[in-house]
Design a protein around this ligand. Sequence first.
Ligand SMILES: [Zn+2]
Length: 396
Amino acid sequence: MTRLARPLALAVGLGLGIAAFAPGADAALRPMAPGERPAADSTEAELWYGMDRAEQELRGLPQVERDAALNAYLRDVLCRVAGPHCGDLRVYVVTAPEFNASMAPNGATLVFTGALLRLRSEDEIAVLLGHEFAHYRQRHSLQQWRASKRRSATMGTVGLATLGAGIGLVGGVAQLAGTAGLSGFSREHEREADTLGFEFAAAQGYVPGAGLALWERLAREEAATIGRRRHPVFASHPETAARVEAHRRMATAAAVVPPLDLVAQRRERYQTAIEPFLEGWLADELTRRRYAASIQMIGELHADAPPAWRGRTAHYLGEAYRLRRGEGDAAKAATLQAEAVAAPDAPPAAFREHGYALHAAGDAAGARDALARYLHLRPDAPDRAFVERDLEALAP
Ligand SMILES: [Zn+2]
């Protein structure tokens, strides 16, 4: 997958060069065998060494989510799709709101929390991890890297062994994406990863349409970002549109439909795994300040969410509207905060926003009640002094 955010891609492009070394060509073309390590003195061994160092650094970073249950769950899904390769792979959940996942050539697998927030079920995780595992198993990074070395005579200034030294999260994560200074995998490799990832997931009984659902959802978010809603698939990047069509073809061709109760079970397992993080990840999403995309993404999540989540999804969707400040956005935000405070899982801040919306609508008594409720629910509110001042001003 590897849709690096721009700063990550930039950091990679700036910092890295490639040490020249030419091992036998065949290793790059043969899929990895379970338990296989690169031949000593090969380019691949050097690549792994750099990745191992970047992984070492990543392990100590606060952005890595260490929650045991979430990690065990993702590892379990990865092991299903990767089968006998399971022991060669590690999963890291990186707290970052972008949609991104990757598997480095040494088996370090990164899943951004922004990806987990955009998925709906274990079936979709299986397709995503299957895709990354395909890049790993087919040694795409090594192939890509050799191809780029052939293209560029200027690479070769920095040894691969220096990868991962002192570059922090940005550089380390980008390197672990496995693309070492490249702009990403070729379309051919992406197509192969889509096909194999689909097959790995399908072989474990996952729903054939999961990848299609995921990529259509991402295409709608891309389309919202660039402001063309009429033909979401065609308004998105050509790569996304091609991927949607590939998944549509594969899903249509697959004859198997897994039992509905199993599908529902896997959806619930996924929801249980991410529920403790839902609010934090929604708050992270708004820090991107890409409100049109957030409105599309959280709006779909709100529509799909189980009832027990809807106070939180309504609140953060309302916040995305409020922060966008477009025409009619304040009214939509007010409606959503009213919906949020009626739900059992309403975050305290929903009462504050609801209060200010009521105030703007001329309902001073309602505003007082809601603001007082906010302060009651959040004794440690960082804005307590301001809210108390507003409450005083609203006193009859
Ligand atoms: Zn890919």
